[in-house]
Structure formats: C-alpha cells, structure tokens
Write a protein that binds this ligand. Structure first.
Ligand code: SF4
Length: 486
C-alpha cells in the first residue's frame, strides 16, 4: 500500500546528537520528501551518523553532509531531485570558495530507481544509497571521502533490520511525543499503478523482539504515541522468539503492554490483509486509536481488477461493516486514484457511490499519472487530463463535505489529546485527537508530551479547537467520552 504522499518534510531541525566521545564536529542536513516511512528512515540515518560526529542542522549552508531522502510517488519525482541538486551545487561551490568541503548523498526511492544515473547526471553527488542500505552510511561515507563514487542499492533488507535492532540497544536521542516505527517494508501486491514493489522490494517483516526493543527504547526517550509503519503494514508477519509467526493484531497487543506507550496507530493497510485478529484488536485495545487508513483506490470492480487490487467493492463494504461493528467510532480514511486507464463515467460514479456509502473522516485523492516501469503506464485508454481534473474536483468536494461533517460531529465531545508541540500563538499548544485531527488549545508548555482530557469547543477548516478539562495527564489513551452536561 502506498503511504500517502505528503508535502516535503524538513526533518533537519531534529535535536542535536552527540558522538560517543561527546564531540559534535560535523553537521548533517537531511531533507525528507514523501511518506512517514521516509521520515522514520531520516531519523535512523541521523542516528547512524551520530557516532561519526554528526549533529543535525536546519541550515544547509553550514552542512558538511547533505542528504536528500527522496520519494518516487509523485509525478516527475526524479526531475525534481535533479533540480534540487542544481541548487545544492551552488551551495557546495560557495562553501568550496570558503575552503569548506560538502558531501552530497541521495537516498530513498529515487536513489533506488535511478542508481548510477544520478551520479552521471549530477556529478556533485558523492553517494547514492537505496532505502535498504542506510545502516552502511558510515562505511559508504568513508569510501566517498576517498574519492569513490558510491552507489549502493542492494535489497539486503534483513541486514538493515538487524543493524537497526543493534542501534536500538544503545540510548537513542530524545524523541518527540509521537514517533514512527517501521515494522515492515516492501510489497508483493504489484498494483498496476505503483512503483513500491520495484523500489522497496518484496515484503519483509522485522522480528517481534526487534520491534518491542525499539518501542521500549522509544517509550524511555519520551515517546507516548507510536505509529507502526509499513508499505503494507497489515501484511506484517514477524517472527517471535519461540519461532512462531505473529500478525499485526498480536504485535499490537504486545506493544500495548509497554509502560508509557499510551497510543498506538498503524499505516498503511491493504483491505486484503485486514484479518479478524486485527479487527478484534480494535475492539479490545484501549491504546489502539480509533483511526484506520484503508485505501480502496476505486469503487468500480472493473477498475479494481485492472489495478490488480485483488478485491471487489462488495468485499470492501463487508470489511468496513465488520470494522465498524468492532469499533463503532472509528475514523476511516482512504486513498483514491482518479482517471486510471479505462475509467468511464460509470466507473467514476461507482467510486462516488462507494464514498457516499462508506462516509470517510478524511481521505487523499490524486489524478492517475503514469509511472515508468509499471503495467498501468502502457495500458491503452489513458484518460485525458481535463476529464481527470473535472472528476477529481467533484470527488474532492464530496470528501471535503464528509470530512467537515465528521469534524463537526466531534463538537461538544471530550476526548484525550496528546499535546505534541507549541502552537503559533503564545500560550497555545497543538496536539492530536484520537481520530488524528490536530487540536489547538491554550495550555502551559510543561504539558507537552502529556495526554489531556479536552473538550472540543470549535471546529476550524483544518483543525479542532479545544478547552482543557483537567490539569492532570489522562494517560489512559482512550477515545471519546461524553461531554459533561452544561
Ligand atoms: S503495490 Fe499496491 S499494495 Fe503494494 S504498496 Fe503499491 S499500492 Fe500498496
């Protein structure tokens, strides 16, 4: 399942890390594009570099090492990376004039897809590193410093996971209250529009022990909410210490026992892998938040088949019914691709009908665009751009109406909010509701990192506004409770 494409995320301002000896002699600037898995990977890269003397900087001009952690989901992704490299070249030249060195690395899915082509087209690049090779960054940097052009795009995912586990046994830097944890990578589904099986490889799950150890470390470093990540996260099938294989439901139960981890989420899921045990976990676990991102992409059986989604619209409806029986208050989210080859007016109407029936709390929608190397790219009956644009507008209007209705239904409720950071205005904090909506409220800074009972008093266009109910950490991770009578 594709993680939802998001705006470029600059993770370069993370907390400073120190080397084993306490020195911070070099600076690394990491620019992260795309999904949450890339955000997680960027954090891991800075963890791996910390013992080499690197601390993070938000200012590229003072960086000794610049890493672009790229995403291949968006159209013309590679071209955008090349133009960013053009800008970096100028910074590198300025630094060279001042007698300072700067190394440049390209990581992520564009690195995996383009490989050597990147060093050929952009000679300023010293290292091209695919997503499964970040644990090798220190040795790759050494090679690059010796003047070698490094291209490392092997699919040795087990080695990466083993290494990350070893890292987790050492102290990690302080994390924000909500953080990501990769449990699974890659995908075997081969949806005909998607590059993930080609850029991230086959499905591989981390072991239960690796994940539990890392989650315990995260809790010890201040994390209250963990979102488990995987391109197809509910296909998780990790090995436990006794040699048995655990699914995601069982893993969530184990993680819910960790002290300090009040909230659990996971993304992104495929309808085919939503098994009974996972659905049951939504009924049972107080710490599993009532939010589920479950993309369907289209409401037309014909298009679902052409997309190789391996399920029908009726199967999706039945699944949603089962989930809502287990967790009646769940916020459902989805992804929609509009204008897949062969999509007729009737196919589009089937998608609109599906949306009306499901009623989403939020959703992401995109016009189909051809990804080189995928079967969809060479299919006949590509839909004209102007038709896609009109359909997308109509669909987004419906989704936005549903989102507003869902948000409005929270008004007057009291719910637990994890306070994550300072807001724009003095005295304001921003947190997350159980349904993943941003909530703004007045509260002291000392409450950052705590879970508070908050009454939702106003609904904005993108966030909710709340009022603190009690001054103590609610910390039970539960969802909504009825608002007190006026
Ligand atoms: S191939 Fe399909 S299931 Fe796999 S990541 Fe891509 S969209 Fe998701």
């Amino acid at each position: 399942m594709t993680s939802r494409p998001e705006a470029e995320l600059d993770t370069s301002a993370a907390a400073e890390t120190k080397t084993a000896s306490g020195d911070n002699t070099r600076k690394v600037f990491v620019r992260t594009y795309g999904c949450q898995m890339n955000v997680y990977d960027s954090e891991r890269m800075t963890d791996v570099l910390a013992p080499q003397g690197y601390s993070t900087t938000a200012d590229m001009e003072e960086a000794d090492l610049v890493i672009l952690n790229t995403c291949h989901i968006r159209e013309k992704a590679a071209e955008k990376v090349y133009s960013e490299l053009g800008r970096i070249r100028k910074v590198k030249e300025e630094r060279a004039k001042a007698g300072k060195d700067m190394m440049v690395g390209v990581a992520g899915c564009v690195a995996q897809a383009e490989g050597e082509e990147i060093s050929r087209r952009a000679p300023i690049v010293d290292m091209v590193v695919g997503p499964q090779s970040y644990h090798q960054l220190p040795s790759l940097l050494d090679k690059a410093r010796q003047g070698q052009k490094v291209v490392e795009t092997e699919f040795d995912i087990d080695a990466k996971f083993d290494h990350l586990s070893a890292r987790a046994e050492k102290p990690i830097m302080k994390r924000p209250p909500a953080a990501f944890l990769t449990v699974q990578e890659g995908c075997d589904k081969f949806c005909t529009f998607c590059v993930v099986p080609y850029t991230r490889g086959a499905e591989v799950s981390r072991s239960v022990e690796q994940i539990v150890t890392e989650a315990q470390r995260m809790a010890a470093s201040g994390v209250r909410e963990v979102t488990l990540l995987g391109q197809n996260v509910n296909a998780y099938h990790g090995e436990a210490a006794d040699g048995s294989t655990w699914g995601l439901g069982k893993l969530l139960r184990r993680l819910s026992e960790i002290d300090g981890l009040d909230r659990l989420r996971y993304t992104t899921s495929h309808p085919r892998d939503m098994d009974d045990d996972l659905i049951e976990a939504h009924r049972e676990l107080k710490s599993l938040m009532p939010y589920l991102h479950l993309p369907v992409q289209s409401g037309s059986d014909k298009i679902l088949k052409a997309m190789n989604r391996k399920h029908t619209r009726d199967e999706y409806f039945r699944l949603i019914d089962r989930i809502r029986v287990a967790a009646p208050d769940i916020a459902l989210s989805g992804d929609f691709i509009i204008g897949f080859p062969g999509e007729t007016d009737q196919d589009f109407e089937d998608t609109m009908d599906l949306i009306r029936r499901v009623e989403y709390g939020s959703a992401f929608s995109f016009k189909y665009s051809q990804r080189p190397g995928t079967p969809g790219a060479t299919m006949e009956d590509q839909v004209p751009e102007d038709v896609k644009s009109v359909r997308l507008q109509e669909l987004q209007a419906l989704l936005s109406e549903q989102q507003k209705a869902f948000n409005a239904s929270r008004k007057g409720m009291t719910c637990d909010v994890l306070l994550e950071k300072k807001g724009r205005n003095p005295g304001q904090l921003v947190g997350k509701s159980p349904w993943l909506q941003p909530v703004q409220l007045d509260a002291p800074e000392s409450m950052i990192g705590s879970v508070q009972a908050v009454e939702i008093v106003e609904i904005g266009s993108n966030s909710l506004f709340g009022r603190l109910i009690a001054g103590q950490d609610a910390a039970d991770g539960s969802g909504a409770i009825p608002a007190p009578a006026a």
